[in-house]
Design a protein around this ligand. Structure first.
Ligand code: ATP
Length: 319
């Protein structure tokens, strides 16, 4: 079947726990998105936003209550047999037999994987080569996470689902994992990632979606999502000058401003225009703007502004 560019196609997806009526809860509500071949798509959201509930439907682990999912052109639940050999799944919590070594665990999985990589290569990929003979129960939490990743990569998947892959990893292991994910992407693997690390999404994702209360509330490239939020300029007012002495702020494109003890913060959607106006004013008045700092919003600021609104509205339980 020709699936064109849309390797993952999600349309009006819904997932309800606990049946209809008061006791039920709709964790995924009308979610639609497409992930193109070779793309890395990140799903972000606060705890309980519905990321795992969504990803499990894409992995074919549960049947949607509404809407459709296509992975590589197939329904991952009804046509699991066709989809499963071509995808790699790293769940949030993998369960391994504690008494097997890392290498034995991978070897066990080789038995149920078509076209599996060699065991040693798989462990090396995730940096567990030197720990191959250590029993699972003696591995650290971060090492177990990497063993999870190794198993997801075992069958050279075309599509890789990574549910919080770097949770519990130290910064070095996290960066090594990012390098590996980048390399897989460069080799053409399509990746769907959920993460709480915004730096991870910013540095890896081609596109991302932010979920809130079961819905996608924002989607775009990291640049687009960040660009929709105001940039900030901070500086100290020169001695003897006041904010009122600056050119009219609205004319400089300033959306909001705050002043505290002579420290000024301007928020603007047009950083270059506002900054140019400010610097021209400083040159004309021959004053120095001490501590001048101008920056676009970070993904974290954008995320907090978008997803943070979730805390103000409790998701409805039992519709
Ligand atoms: N089996 C279940 N039965 C009932 N409710 C569930 C079940 N699993 C998840 N939920 C609820 O669905 C909502 C979404 O949960 P989900 O695990 O998908 O969120 P998440 O975005 O992945 O969160 P986290 O970042 O904490 O992993 C939560 O309110 C959760 O309590």
């Amino acid at each position: 079947m020709d699936v064109g560019d849309g390797v993952i196609e999600v349309s009006e997806l819904r997932r309800r726990y606990g049946g209809q009526g008061d006791k039920g809860f709709e964790a995924v509500r009308d979610v639609s998105f497409t992930v193109r071949r070779g793309e890395l798509f990140a799903l972000l959201g606060t705890n309980g936003a519905g990321k795992t509930s969504t990803v499990e439907l894409l992995e074919g682990l549960a049947r949607p209550t509404g809407g459709t999912v296509r992975v590589l052109g197939h329904d991952p639940y009804a046509e699991r047999r066709l989809v499963r050999p071509r995808i790699g799944v790293m769940l949030q919590e993998g369960g391994f037999p504690a008494d097997l070594s890392a290498a034995e665990t991978v070897r066990m999985w080789v038995g149920c994987t078509t076209g599996a990589r060699p065991v040693g290569e798989t462990l090396d990929l995730v940096g567990l080569g030197p720990r191959r003979d250590v029993r699972v129960k003696q591995l650290s939490g971060g090492e177990r996470r990497r063993l999870d990743l190794a198993l997801a990569l075992l069958g050279r998947p075309e599509v890789l689902f990574l549910d919080e892959p770097t949770t519990g990893l130290d910064p070095e292991a996290r960066h090594t994992t990012w390098e590996l994910v980048r390399r897989l992407r460069e080799e053409g693997t399509t990746v769907l990632l959920t993460t709480h690390y915004l730096e991870e999404a910013e540095s890896l994702a081609d596109r991302l979606a932010i979920m809130r209360d079961g819905r996608i509330v924002t989607t775009g490239t990291p640049g687009q999502v960040i660009g929709a939020h105001p940039a900030r300029i901070r500086f100290a007012m020169p001695a003897g000058w006041f904010v009122g002495d600056l050119p009219p702020l609205a004319a400089l494109g300033v959306l909001r401003h705050e002043e505290n003890d002579g420290r000024v913060e301007l928020q603007t959607a047009e950083l270059q225009r506002t900054l140019t106006g400010l610097l021209l004013w400083a040159r004309e008045k021959d004053v120095e703007l001490e501590g001048l700092d101008a920056r676009t919003a970070s993904l974290e600021e954008a995320f907090l502004a978008i997803a943070g609104a979730a805390t103000t509205s409790e998701p409805e339980r039992g519709e």
